[in-house]
Design a protein around this ligand. Structure first.
Ligand code: AMP
Ligand code: MG
Length: 331
């Protein structure tokens, strides 16, 4: 069984190839800016432009041709509509030409399922993990219970990645801002108090963003603010993740999403897990960021259980699809 997966929800066009649960290749091109954020239509143009090249690289690395494929999988949401449309258009053309079925994959669930490669036990009977999913647009604490991936807590406003990028942009840093902010944070140990906003199991970030911007205007040092931002906001994330572990009785924490590349966040999760005897699973960076491999990996699980729409014309993007909209029929 060989399948190809296309990731195209936001800034990254990723193409991965899976063979019987093993990732053969994982190639991508990311839309970046020197100044300012993502312009969805521009990102979509970028994806269309690089698609054939990324595809060629993925096939070459896997030493296969398109004729070897059994299926194609594509991320149909949640994401930016122009980007999702660009990916769907390209994959449909391939499906028609090579007579392949198209598997529709939810992006957030792909981030979760690929955790198995990092060693997490995804079997519900074995107490599948709680996932801290922290990406650009999404920030959710997710765990499988009774047929669905349930959201135990989430951001009430912006995703933590977008929040960091927005702060970075305000400070004159281009997209993505997260890696630069992490470097700056590493240069400070001066904690400046910021609001700490947890509401039930949810978090709120826009007030903290305003506060940070005001402090930047008042000439606080960017290093100190970057450090204080990480300490505060990551503590909020770890607190809610810990409460989800306590509530569900689960013993595994899985990280996912681009912000999970941050070593301070990983360190805080490690300490929390150690204290409560839980196991932490951090996928490799290439699987944390948006990537095609996770789409092919999840696509294969679904394809094996015959969970796909046979009529290509019926397949459309679902930009606002939530993690808990999906009936997880493959478990
Ligand atoms: P994703 O949407 O999952 O690909 O994640 C992209 C987001 O991750 C962007 O908002 C980045 O700024 C953020 N990001 C990437 N690396 C880091 C890092 N080391 N620390 C914090 N945020 C990061
Ligand atoms: Mg993502």
């Amino acid at each position: 069984m060989i399948g190809l997966g296309v990731e195209c929800t936001a800034h990254t066009l990723g193409i991965g190839i899976v063979k019987d649960g093993k990732i053969l290749s994982n190639e991508s091109e990311t839309y970046v800016t020197n100044k300012g954020g993502i312009i969805p239509v521009e990102a979509a143009k970028h994806h269309e432009k690089v698609f054939d090249n990324v595809l060629e690289r993925a096939l070459k690395k896997s030493k296969i041709t398109l004729y070897d494929l059994n299926f194609i999988a594509v991320s149909i949401g949640p994401g930016l509509p122009p980007c999702l449309l660009a990916g769907l258009k390209k994959t449909k053309i391939l499906c028609v030409k090579y007579k392949l079925p198209l598997v529709e994959v939810n992006h957030c669930i792909a981030h979760l399922e690929v955790g198995k490669i990092a060693g997490a036990n995804m079997n519900p009977e074995a107490g599948s993990p709680v996932m801290l999913y922290v990406s650009g647009a999404n920030t959710q604490i997710i765990a499988y219970e009774n047929g669905k991936y349930r959201i135990f807590g989430e951001t009430l406003d912006v995703g933590v990645g977008n929040f960091i990028d927005n702060f970075a942009r305000y400070a004159g840093i281009g997209f993505p801002g997260g890696p630069t902010i992490e470097k700056l944070a590493g240069k400070s140990k001066n904690y400046i108090e910021l609001p700490y906003k947890i509401k039930g199991m949810d978090i709120a970030l826009s007030g903290i963003l305003t506060n940070l911007k005001q402090k930047l205007e008042k000439k606080h040092k960017l290093n100190d603010l970057a450090y204080s931002m990480q300490e505060t906001v990551f503590a909020m994330l770890v607190e809610t993740a810990e409460r989800a572990l306590a509530h569900t009785g689960k013993k595994q924490l899985l990280l996912g999403g681009g912000v999970a590349c941050n070593s301070r966040l990983q360190e805080m999760c490690k300490i929390m897990c150690k204290e409560r005897g839980a196991k932490l699973f951090v996928p490799e960076k290439q699987f944390l960021q948006d990537n095609g491999a996770m789409i092919s990996y999840t696509g294969e699980i679904m394809f094996n259980k015959k969970i796909f729409e046979k009529n290509l014309d019926k397949i459309d993007i679902r930009p606002r699809e939530r993690t808990d909209d999906i009936l997880v029929k493959w478990k």
